[in-house]
Design a binder for this molecule. Structure first.
Ligand SMILES: Nc1ncnc2c1ncn2[C@@H]1O[C@H](COP(=O)(O)OP(=O)(O)O)[C@@H](O)[C@H]1O
Ligand SMILES: [Mg+2]
Length: 386
């Protein structure tokens, strides 16, 4: 059993609280990604699990053992770092074998493990090369191989792909996911890249300023963010946020821009998603909508006919910039001071022209609302989302 459990774990460096009262359970064989901006405490959390950093407060358990006082080498973990730190004078075989030799493993066992890991990672034909004769991606595989031969209970990986170019990163992402399935091991993976988190994690842990913001599966994080920070951090282009006033007319709810030029109805089906909207009526809230939930009105009109007007809320805005991506087009829109910037991800068949007004439709069934002061979501607390 390789469950990893953090109980009220805090790490202080002098006055800096790097990790603040973190509770986290990483399940056996799970691939968990810690994600957040630089300096939010990801590396420190990983290093405490590895035993490379002392814990200021709290306990960490691996399996059923509290490891606070167990040295790194006895924790049955292996760590892969961002700078792979291969030994330059050793060939690939010996780079992978080195740790096992130090631990006095029999030669035949070392040979079996190195060859098996090399096969798994597709580097069997590189075993006699020195690191400088390898490409970045190959070096990264060797660094992972060096961890794999240890056959640890838990793999800890700190931004292992960040030194690779974009194309290789995409490829290695998929390879690490495959490797996880084959190894059946627990992996805790750290990255600042929200796309890596979304694509690789069974669950994602979003951190900010040493504090966990949300722990959930990628789609729950994406569709039901706990707060405006999580909503804005996960997703690209990011979610749009607009300060709006919540209003009510009989049993219908609306959000309106401060000067009232845009008024959008929260559909009846969406209202129950939120907790006690009445407490916010006539108050300012933060309205959130993802770029893909804003469409070119004309495109929808062609697709759905007049039904669009009952399904969708629409308004006209200035098209500041058009970015064709091929499969789709990004529109940068604005509405004077009311809405300084709004990014829409629309059908590539859009007829929008930059510098001209264009009508867009908003899929309000996907709208989010956040408290203006606390930035917390107004959606209902739903245990099934966790
Ligand atoms: N050895 C250290 N001494 C002092 N402060 C540190 C040390 N290591 C990290 N920190 C601070 O702790 C916070 C978290 O750092 P870190 O865990 O490296 O963040 P991340 O990996 O998310 O970028 C930062 O404010 C950083 O400056
Ligand atoms: Mg770091």
């Amino acid at each position: 059993m390789a469950r990893v459990l953090l109980n009220s774990v805090t790490k202080r460096f002098g006055n800096v609280i790097a990790v603040n009262d973190v509770d986290l359970e990483v399940r056996d064989k799970e691939f968990v990604v810690l994600v957040g901006p630089s300096g939010c405490g990801k590396t420190t959390t990983l290093r405490m699990i590895a035993g490379l950093e002392e814990i200021t407060k709290g306990t960490i358990s691996i399996g059923d053992t509290v490891v606070n006082d167990i040295p790194p080498k006895d924790r049955d973990i292996a760590m892969v770092f961002q700078n792979y730190a291969l030994y330059p004078h050793m060939d690939v075989y010996n780079n992978m074998a080195f740790g096992l030799k130090l631990r006095k493993f029999p030669k035949t066992e070392i040979d079996r493990r190195v060859k098996e890991a090399a096969r798994m990672l597709g580097i069997e034909n590189l075993l006699d090369r020195k690191p400088k004769q390898l490409s970045g991606g190959q070096r990264q595989r060797v660094a992972v191989g060096r961890a794999v031969v240890r056959e640890p209970k838990v793999f800890l990986m700190d931004e292992p792909l960040s030194n690779l170019d974009a194309k290789l990163r995409v490829q290695m992402r998929a390879e690490l996911s495959k490797l996880h399935q084959r190894l059946q091991a627990t992996i805790i993976y750290v990255t600042h890249d929200q796309i890596e988190a979304m694509t690789m994690g069974d669950r994602i842990v979003v951190m900010r300023d040493g504090i966990i913001q949300q722990v959930a599966s990628p789609l729950v994080i994406y569709n039901h963010p706990n707060n405006a920070f999580v909503a804005g951090f996960i997703g690209s282009p990011p979610m749009n946020f607009i300060n709006m006033i919540l209003t009510r007319e009989d049993d219908r709810y609306f959000v309106e821009t401060i000067e009232g030029r845009v008024r959008l109805e929260i559909p009846r089906e969406r209202v129950p998603y939120f907790e006690n909207l009445d407490a916010y009526v006539e108050k300012e809230v933060v309205f959130g909508i993802r770029p893909e939930d804003i469409e070119d009105y004309n495109v929808f009109r062609v697709q759905y006919g007049e039904a669009v007007d009952s399904m969708m809320n629409s308004f006209t805005a200035m098209v500041d910039v058009i970015e064709p991506m091929g499969a789709e087009t990004y529109l940068y829109l604005s509405l004077d001071e009311e809405i300084p910037q709004l990014i829409a991800r629309v059908d590539a068949g859009t007829t929008a022209v930059s510098g001209e007004q264009h009508k867009v439709a908003i899929n309000m069934n996907k709208c989010q609302l956040f408290d203006k002061e606390t930035e917390k979501t107004l959606r209902k607390e739903d245990v099934r989302l966790r």
